[in-house]
Design a protein around this ligand. Structure first.
Ligand SMILES: NC(=O)C1=CN([C@@H]2O[C@H](COP(=O)(O)OP(=O)(O)OC[C@H]3O[C@@H](n4cnc5c(N)ncnc54)[C@H](O)[C@@H]3O)[C@@H](O)[C@H]2O)[C@H](O)CC1
Ligand SMILES: [K+]
Length: 248
């Protein structure tokens, strides 16, 4: 995998990064620049909402958009997206892959905002109030797992991935389809087959092996971060905040 795996609309190469490189980019952004996770997550959530709203995806029916969320940075971006959609009067509901009490950190902060907004939040763990099949009939936003995947998806995350794939509706994944290894593109178990992936900062190398459309969203990471790591990040966004990207 190299920088010519992806190109922008004008055929210019867009650098791809592995999960390890992206983790290093995040670390330098936080530790050396002070660009903290909540700030980046807000960009992720807004970009994802924008991806869901484009192409009139949500105009297809009155069914709620279901945001599937895990407990990491990916889930937190999905929850921020849910806020933006709800603010546009779209019916939105959140399905967590764990009990509410098991969500922590910045992701729990995002969840508390949604609770205050009275956005419906269900949890696979709460059993009785969730029928997975009927919950996934509208557009599905996949924010269960991103580049933090370890091994094949387990438990409720695996169940939700399979249920989402069984539905005919549109699935939009945040950063990487859940269950797909961000570096290799391999899926060693259940993996989302997305219609669209909204990936962040730079495409992940593994996305070369994934189907569906690709949009790249800016997280506002300064070029100095890439310079410090000797990664040729380029300036893929030009004067935009998001660009379509294709597999070369
Ligand atoms: N600067 C950035 O790139 C930003 C990225 N964002 C998003 O954050 C994720 C990476 O976040 P991280 O917390 O490191 O990990 P994930 O959310 O991808 O995954 C952790 C999550 O997944 C669960 N999990 C992991 N493996 C499994 C498994 N085999 N089965 C079941 N569940 C699994 C784990 O329990 C956690 O719940 C990146 O992809 C971006 O989407 C930020 O939003 C903004 C900054
Ligand atoms: K995901």
């Amino acid at each position: 995998m190299n920088s010519s795996t992806f190109v922008d609309q004008d055929g210019r190469p867009v650098t791809a990064v592995t999960a390890e490189e992206m983790r290093a980019i995040d670390r330098v952004a936080v530790e050396k620049i002070g660009l903290d996770l909540p700030r980046m997550m807000e960009h992720a959530g807004r970009g994802l909402a924008d991806a869901v709203l484009r192409d009139g995806l949500t105009g297809q029916s009155d069914l709620p958009v279901t945001v599937l969320a895990g407990n990491g940075g990916n889930g937190g971006g999905g929850l921020a997206c849910a806020r933006h959609l709800a603010n546009r009067s779209l019916p939105v509901e959140v399905v967590l892959d764990r009990a509410r009490t098991e969500v922590d950190g910045v992701t729990a902060e995002q969840l508390r905002i949604l609770e205050a907004m009275e956005v419906p939040i269900k949890s696979v763990d709460s059993g009785a109030d969730l029928d997975i099949d009927t919950a996934l009939e509208g557009v599905v936003v996949d924010a269960l797992i991103g580049y933090g995947l370890t091994g094949a998806p387990r438990g409720a995350a695996a169940e939700l991935i399979e249920a989402a794939n069984d539905k005919p509706g549109t699935v939009v994944s945040l950063d990487v389809p859940s269950g797909v290894n961000a570096t290799t593109g391999e899926a060693s178990g259940a993996a989302i087959a997305p219609d669209l992936t909204a990936t962040l900062a730079l495409p992940k190398t593994g996305l070369a092996a994934v189907g569906g459309d690709l949009l790249l969203f800016d997280l506002s990471i300064p070029p100095a971060v890439y310079d410090r790591l000797d990664i040729d990040g380029g300036r893929p966004f030009g004067d935009k905040f998001e660009i379509p990207v294709s597999r070369a």
